[in-house]
Design a protein around this ligand. Structure first.
Ligand SMILES: C[S@@+](CC[C@H](N)C(=O)[O-])C[C@H]1O[C@@H](n2cnc3c(N)ncnc32)[C@H](O)[C@@H]1O
Length: 264
């Protein structure tokens, strides 16, 4: 296990409690297990070893083992609070023998070459500034014949973000370094991935986000405010309102990515 001194976490205990109230225990991104299942649709995980990059509170890493029959999964994240939550979840679900959670600073992935059959990630890669270095690392830790399958929040173009997009990213107060689907696909190609596919999830998430906002303003408000305080919920309602504009314009582009590491 690797432990390091950390900077102030972006996903602190309040963020974890708030996002879990909205998206479910162990989930810091939208869609729950159904959306995870769509990311890995058609890929058999049975008996495979999986790396989950940016695993957050660990709900997805646990789901990949408990429901998809992976032999072993390793969740990797930079931040201590999410890794602590994830480890507690593994114990609660009795999965500690098949799932481990690793915390390490940004930079090269702390895993040896060709150590995973599958690299998975959900809505975390937008935090990594150097996309070429990221995919070189993902390619390195995958076994030949292995697959990368991810969901990620992207921007629809590589030009200057619109004022609405800048306002949304500022409202998040998170280290987003968004890039376009074309930019991600290019970084994957450069790393050596083949059979790259890109699937636009904006039409799905823009409707889901609308429901999230109305739940936050309505039936979920009291529960979320009890968990993190009304001011925190009010701030997030403003963030969701800013996000809805760029989802509706199509500039905010949640996207699925997939690619293979050639066998030879
Ligand atoms: C929106 S959360 C998603 C967490 C989880 N994948 C999920 O869907 O519930 C983004 C996660 O990415 C992590 N993260 C940020 N930068 C990272 C990096 N360079 N490498 C790995 N994880 C990172 C954050 O700490 C956070 O836990």
């Amino acid at each position: 296990m690797i432990e390091t001194a950390d900077a102030e976490p972006e996903y602190d205990d309040s963020a974890i409690r708030f996002l879990e109230a909205l998206w479910g225990e162990g989930y810091l991104s939208p869609g729950g297990p159904d959306e995870v299942d769509r990311v890995v649709e058609g890929v058999s995980l049975k008996g495979k070893t999986i790396l989950d990059i940016g695993c957050g509170a660990g709900g997805i890493t646990l789901h990949l083992v408990a429901t998809h029959g992976a032999a072993r999964a390793t969740g990797f994240d930079l931040e201590r609070p999410v890794i602590g939550t994830a480890r507690r979840g593994a114990i609660r679900q009795g999965l500690e023998d098949r799932v481990s959670f690793v915390q390490a600073p940004p930079g090269p992935l702390p895993f040896t070459d060709a150590s995973f059959d599958v690299v998975f990630s959900k809505d975390a890669l937008l935090h990594v500034p150097d996309k070429n270095a990221l995919f070189a690392e993902i390619f390195r830790v995958l076994k030949p014949g292995g697959v990368f399958a991810a969901s990620n929040w992207m921007i629809g173009h590589d030009g200057e973000p619109s004022p609405e997009m800048k306002a949304y990213v500022a409202a998040e107060e998170l280290s987003f370094t968004m890039a376009s689907p074309a930019r991600y696909a290019e970084a994957m190609r450069r790393a050596g991935f083949t059979d790259i596919t890109v699937r636009d999830r904006n039409p799905w998430y823009r409707e889901v986000a609308r429901e999230e906002l109305s739940r936050l303003k309505g039936p979920l408000y009291a529960q979320a405010a009890a968990a993190v305080g009304a001011a925190y919920v009010d701030k997030n309602i403003r963030t969701w309102e800013a996000m809805q504009k760029v989802l509706d314009s199509g500039e905010h582009r949640p996207t699925h990515l997939r690619g293979w590491k050639p066998v030879g």
